[in-house]
Design a protein around this ligand. Structure first.
Ligand SMILES: Cc1cc2nc3c(=O)[nH]c(=O)nc-3n(C[C@H](O)[C@H](O)[C@H](O)COP(=O)(O)OP(=O)(O)OC[C@H]3O[C@@H](n4cnc5c(N)ncnc54)[C@H](O)[C@@H]3O)c2cc1C
Length: 443
């Protein structure tokens, strides 16, 4: 379980491990926000399911999020209009606005510190980009506002505001909706085929399987090893800083983001590809020290998310050679609304209902983008780099992360403790003991 503000302030229900072969209409792999919401909507639809979680529910990236619920996903709308056209951009917007509304209605009955807030993307360098985003949104029929007077301790030039978005405590929410669900914790699925999900000892027979394991762990098909990479990000929750009204996310490579939770200000940033060098907590620590000298750090954590090739998640059939297996991944650090969208689309798919948003998120869409060649190049470099320590996922050379004292894979983002224990997929197993006994293990 990622240690964060959320994991420290919520008590999650616990569930037994799988102890025999079982059968259900649907098997869900992964108990993060995506998997639990799929289980929720399947239950509502009267479908029998069993959800298998390798560790404990809500312990993956969902524990490390900043939990802003927003249909604003960076400056994606102008890119979607340009690359995919009006109809797909409009459907993407609608799907995400529906996701925000769905949280609003669900959270009415759940005590999870839900608050309606404006969500903004801002830039300290590129005002025209913000103007273009507002123009794209207006063309899509959405009334986003362009701001020039931005209430931030940063020299922001312009921002795009989506009114009435939201934020919440993700694990209080997840813990409440998971109560009474048919879940098996400490149950890792190691292989899949149509109709069957297998652990080390048992099998689950299911008509349909939903893979919501964050990075899809099954390499047999689907090409997710080329279609995704993972990006780490760092968050401080500080006490004694002035509060900020809303969520603010900076556009660009070294961007910083802000939101409040009760009397804490959350400041995030320092993003970098997992396994590549980054500045870790340094930029946000320096910022907090300079702007809030009297503030104290209450929590510090880091986590990583899966990044798709075109900024749109992959939600739908895993691959056309693996019928009745579905996937939800590639949330691009916008996994609260994307998990909700995934749960609605996948519930419709497994129950045979049409969903008008499905086409936009199809994992089978065109993948020829610049990022594809970047991912392939990184993987080839990882495969050809000499090292005794190799990732069990696809064999890339692992890199030592001196901040976290972990072994990280730059190709697909698997991570291991210094003793070789798996902490992040897509790898499904620990490093072999032999790899760590040749003097390369760090202490
Ligand atoms: C620092 C940071 C801040 C973010 N802030 C926001 C935000 O403000 N708003 C927003 O919308 N999004 C945000 N995101 C993104 C969002 O948090 C994620 O996209 C989302 O939590 C992913 O949920 P998930 O269910 O896909 O994955 P996870 O929460 O990682 O769940 C996957 C689960 O699958 C389990 N699993 C893996 N392999 C197996 C297996 N083989 N068998 C069984 N179980 C398995 C794992 O143990 C895990 O519990 C942020 C991300 C980061 C890193």
């Amino acid at each position: 379980m990622i240690k964060s503000l959320w994991s420290d302030t919520a008590t999650l229900p616990t569930f037994p491990p799988l102890s025999r072969d079982e059968k259900a209409e649907v098997c869900i792999v992964g108990g993060g926000m995506a998997g639990i919401l799929c289980a929720y909507f399947l239950e509502q639809a009267g479908v029998s399911y069993i959800l298998c979680e390798a560790d404990t529910i809500g312990g993956g990236t969902t524990a490390g999020t900043t939990a802003v619920i927003s249909a604003q996903h960076d400056t994606l709308y102008q890119t979607l209009m340009k690359n995919k056209g009006y109809t797909k951009a409009r459907l993407y917007l609608e799907a995400n606005l529906h996701a925000v509304s769905a949280y609003k209605s669900l959270c009415q009955d759940i005590s999870c510190d839900f608050e309606e807030i404006p969500a903004c993307i801002y830039s300290c360098a590129d005002s025209p980009l913000m103007e273009d985003e507002v123009k794209a949104l207006h063309a899509l029929g959405y009334n986003a506002r362009l701001l020039h007077d931005i209430p931030l301790p940063r020299p922001a030039l312009a921002a795009v505001e989506f009114p009435a978005q939201a934020q919440f405590h993700p694990l209080k929410f997840l813990g409440e909706i998971a109560k009474g669900m048919n879940i098996r914790e400490h149950t890792k699925i190691l292989s899949l085929k149509t109709g069957l999900a297998m652990t080390e000892h048992y099998r689950i027979q299911a008509d349909k399987i939903i893979v919501a394991s964050h990075f899809p762990f099954w390499n047999g098909c689907g090409m997710f090893f080329a279609k995704l990479y993972q990006k780490r990000s760092y968050v401080l929750a500080v006490k004694g800083a002035e509060s900020i009204s809303g969520s603010f996310v900076e556009y660009g490579k070294n961007g910083m983001y802000f939101r409040n939770y009760k009397d804490l200000l959350l400041v995030g940033g320092g993003d970098h590809r997992t396994g590549k060098a980054g500045c870790y907590f340094a930029p946000i620590k320096n910022f907090v020290a300079a702007h809030y000298p009297a503030a104290s750090n209450a929590y510090a954590w880091s986590a990583q998310d899966c990044i798709s090739l075109d900024g749109v998640p992959y939600i739908g059939p895993y691959s056309n050679v693996l019928p009745d297996v579905y996937v939800a991944t590639g949330f691009n650090e916008w996994g609260m609304t994307s998990s909700m969208t995934a749960a609605r689309i996948l519930t419709d798919m497994v129950t045979g209902r049409q969903n008008k948003y499905a086409g936009v998120f199809s994992p089978a869409r065109n993948m020829f983008t610049k990022q594809l060649w970047n991912n392939i190049g990184t993987s080839l470099t990882g495969l050809l780099t000499p090292s005794r320590l190799r990732c069990p996922h696809m064999g890339c050379a692992l890199k030592w992360n001196s901040l976290d004292k972990t072994w990280d894979c730059p190709c697909h983002g698997s991570r291991f403790t210094k003793d070789g224990k798996l902490i992040y997929n897509p790898a499904t197993e620990d490093l072999p003991d032999t790899a760590l006994t040749d003097g390369t293990a760090k202490s």
